[in-house]
Design a protein. Structure first.
Length: 313
């Protein structure tokens, strides 16, 4: 059974409802896959019907985009590629609107293509998420009119419903990438507003950075990479929440599948993009589409999220 497709909001783009997060590709901090394993993940993703792939210039200093470019040589047309602007491969973050085309041109070279499907402003400060005062969205529209991109939008920073509403109301975006999962549900308050405006939702961090796979405990420690920022207290908080989450699932449903099915049950979501370090993780994540959760389970998960807007990322 191949992965189902969903529209990316009102854009003309269709995406597989389970996509592939490629932040981990060749990234040492994540202990990510090397270039050969990354290529095998891409091969398997395409074979399973995964067509949406998310990357960024800042991932592994441009090497995630470059690995994808090599892996997709000759079959670019089989995927929907999403990359970003703001964090650069080889210099500090810079969000100058006048440099969007320069950043995109470098991404195109690394990705070995002449267009990207979706270009997102990469976790900008809140004040940049305002199309009434910032020139970025006119520039993105110009690049869209020129055929260099097919859609544009923003990837959240604090990932709140307030950010979604502001992006929807002021930027003319066609897509928003947002953190949302069973342990962090606050952004769902604005999902209807995004859907009503025809803005597609791409859900990042669906496993709460690996926690919802169920393999970590209160004693887990992360020496390197993005997860090393958590204090022991934050780790203990996550471990307790994952235990609560696991108890809500029917027998035989893994926490990974429960987490991804909960996200796919939100009709406003276009695609969910688990970050993937191996072919085995990819297969397990993709298999989530073979089942659904019952309304009672979804209601119980919603309750778990209530009153928890501030689980720090
Ligand atoms: N600002 C932004 O725009 C932004 C921010 C964050 C993420 N993203 C995008 O969203 C994607 C997903 O977010 P994320 O990677 O941060 O978080 P995530 O998808 O919640 O977690 C990914 C991690 O979970 C573990 N994992 C994945 N599948 C698994 C499986 N089946 N079984 C066990 N463990 C599994 C892997 O790490 P371990 O095996 O080491 O546990 C993997 O690195 C990223 O790849 C990136 O493309 C964008």
């Amino acid at each position: 059974m191949t992965v189902a497709k969903r529209p990316l909001g009102n854009s003309t783009i269709e995406v597989s409802e389970i996509g592939l997060g490629a932040w981990q590709f060749t990234d040492e901090g994540w202990g990510g896959p090397d270039e050969n394993e990354s290529a095998r993940i891409v091969d398997e993703a395409l074979a399973l019907g995964v067509t949406f792939i998310d990357t960024a210039p800042g991932y592994a200093g441009g090497k995630s985009e470059a690995a994808l470019g090599r892996a997709l040589e000759g079959r670019r047309d089989q995927v929907v590629l999403c990359t970003k602007f703001g964090y650069w491969a080889d210099e500090p973050a810079n969000y100058s609107a006048g440099r969007i085309e320069e950043s995109l041109t470098k991404s195109l070279a690394r990705l070995r293509t002449d267009y990207v499907d979706v270009l997102l402003v990469h976790s900008p400060p809140f004040e940049l998420m305002d199309g009434t005062t910032q020139p970025h969205y006119r520039e993105l529209q110009r690049l869209k009119d020129a055929g260099m991109i097919r859609a544009y939008g923003v990837s959240g920073q604090a990932d709140t419903s307030e950010e979604i509403r502001r992006i929807v109301e002021t930027t003319g975006s066609q897509a928003i990438e947002i953190r949302f999962n069973a342990l962090y549900q606050e952004p769902a308050q604005a999902f209807e507003a995004a859907a009503a405006a025809g803005v597609g939702l791409i859900v990042k961090v669906p496993l709460e950075s690996g926690w919802l796979s169920g393999k970590y405990t209160a004693d887990s420690r992360f020496e390197e990479g993005p997860r090393s920022r958590w204090t022991p207290e934050q780790i203990a908080e996550r471990a307790a929440l994952v235990d609560e989450f696991a108890a809500l699932l029917p027998a035989g449903v893994s926490t990974t599948h429960g987490a991804l099915r909960h996200i796919l049950a939100q009709p406003q979501v276009s695609t969910v993009i688990p970050g993937t370090k191996s072919v085995q993780q990819l297969r397990e994540n993709v298999a989530a589409h073979e089942g659904t959760l019952l309304p009672d389970t979804l209601a119980a998960i919603r309750k778990l999220g209530e009153g928890r807007p501030s689980l720090t990322w």
